[in-house]
Design a binder for this molecule. Sequence first.
Ligand code: AMP
Ligand code: GLY
Length: 435
Amino acid sequence: MNVLLIGSGAREHAIARAIDNSQKDSAIHCFASNMNPGIADLCSRLALGNINDPKAVVEYARETSSTMAIIGPENPLAAGVADALWDMGIKVVGPKKDLAQLETSKAFTRDLLKEYNIPCGPHYHTFDSMEGVSEFLAELGENYVVKYDGLAGGKGVRVAGDHLQSHNEALAYCMELVDKGDEFVIEEKFIGQEFSLMSFCDGDTLKHMPAVQDHKRAYEGDRGPNTGGMGTYSDANHSLPFLKDSDIQEAHTINIATARALKNKFGEGYKGVLYGGFMATGNGVKLIEYNARFGDPEAMNVLSLLKSDFIDICERMADGTLDGADVQFQNKATVCKYAVPEGYPDNPVKGEPINISNIENSDGLFYASVDMKNGKLVEAGSRTVAVVGIADSIVEAEAIAEKEVSSVSGPLFHRSDIGTATVIQERMDHMNSLR
Ligand code: AMP
Ligand code: GLY
């Protein structure tokens, strides 16, 4: 079986490993935006091209006689790459453009949940002018969030008390969006602890993955600019230390209800990974956002634990037969840490060599934004390499990940606080204070 893998970050490296670990005989063909040596090692062919151009992807799929495609990042989903591949008879893991609006439009998702009475959303309004903005901010008081209504790599969201210190600052951001002709959503700010709950989805049936907590801020103590995610952890019981069983149940129920709503709305099901970004609050689980793909770094946590056959799961998602799948994960804790270029995310150094030769467990190393220059591995400007530690407890997994990430040399930094006992205790204390 020829499998087309679209994308070339650490998430796609984790996907490539999961394909490689499958019992099914398959050849991986990767359509990539950068040269990822980890993926290149695992695949028959890696071609560089514009992964957001449906025509180019379809052409590569034809050349490689691929019969199934797995789409890693969100931009190809937004560009209709899944639609184009289905049109030529290729099975796709990753939703079509209409269904991917779940990630590409904040307003679409809020409206969908409201229309189908899925009760986990904030009080919100969508705007395309300044009319009513001041009034709605006044209604929300100090707890508001302003979100640009489109894909912005996490940079379109500004949270009160975090990025916005007053209604005047909020109004200025809204004006900026209106001037650019953009729509935006203003919504109630939730207080609590965030977690990611991803589900494999075939349109009808969902099989849930372990919960994961990501760390979006660049610096220790959750300070500094937002990033794609500096690191993540998951626990051996597939929940998180600050969550109750009922929180996990609520997140499952919300993902199931959302998949059902999408099918009802579009007359066809969502096939791919449904990623709910949730907040556990003093008042139950709330939905912050949906993503229409595996999280990065979350994919490294969950795929490192997957016991079941990944290709089988992918075929079943595409065929609509997930009901019969036995999806199992090891009962181990994981910690993933990214090493990122100095200056990341605003002013990253680029082209500088890094040395990964001191990594002890190469199975726990995932290449991301790297390149080869004069035979040397160099930083390409975004998150560089990720490492995963696996153990019986989060704290033990953290020690492994910390040792491994510290062994990578070059002009890099990482967050040493992710997954430590102190930080986990803080999260538990915070949640306890809200319940
Ligand atoms: P999003 O792109 O919608 O996930 O937003 C990025 C980040 O902004 C989230 O990970 C949260 O930390 C924060 N955020 C977004 N919406 C809310 C909300 N309604 N309440 C609190 N924080 C939020
Ligand atoms: N880890 C956050 C994301 O993948 O969007």
